[in-house]
Design a protein around this ligand. Sequence first.
Ligand code: AR6
Length: 173
Amino acid sequence: MKITLVRGDITEEKVDAIVNAANSSLLGGSGVDGAIHRRGGPEILDECRRLRASHYGGGLPTGQAVATAAGRLPARWVIHTVGPVYSATEDRSDQLVSCYRESLRVADELGVGSIAFPALSAGIYGWPLDDAARIAVGTVRATSTLVAEARFVLFGDDAYAAFEEAAASPSRP
Ligand code: AR6
């Protein structure tokens, strides 16, 4: 699989699927989640509400992923996943690994050829950028998938630099 790094806004990516850093309510929030719902329009939220009613009454568990249509976004699908809130006292990296793996599994089910990820958990959920980048790149590299291209779409120079360094290092997810 080809892995590329891009600076910018994930809502503008022309890929088959973009990944949303959602929360378990699936009803929107700020950060990437807010931007996706704002630019994608109400179709995404309507489908999230239906998913809640049919499958996720208790919320989408951390580390899992589920797809909806992408409304007015250039992508075809949005894959919503719930990253773990960072904890300095408890190692939750398995849950972050699971977000990337599960997103790729859902992408395979949909026949996605190209996917764009934000730096999951590295904003409001507080994950240190270097570690978030190492887990992201390491996991995507190590996951067997039919997806041909994974793009990491990074907001800001610090995030880009962290992912550049992770991409240049041998992986240890
Ligand atoms: N495109 C690409 N990256 C972005 C964009 C964008 N449009 N906007 C922010 N980032 P965050 P989390 C970067 O907070 O930490 C929401 O309220 C941002 O700079 O979006 O997983 C949800 O509903 C950071 O590097 O996601 C949850 O409650 C990265 O994307 C909670 O936040 C992730 O930041 C999830 O928090």
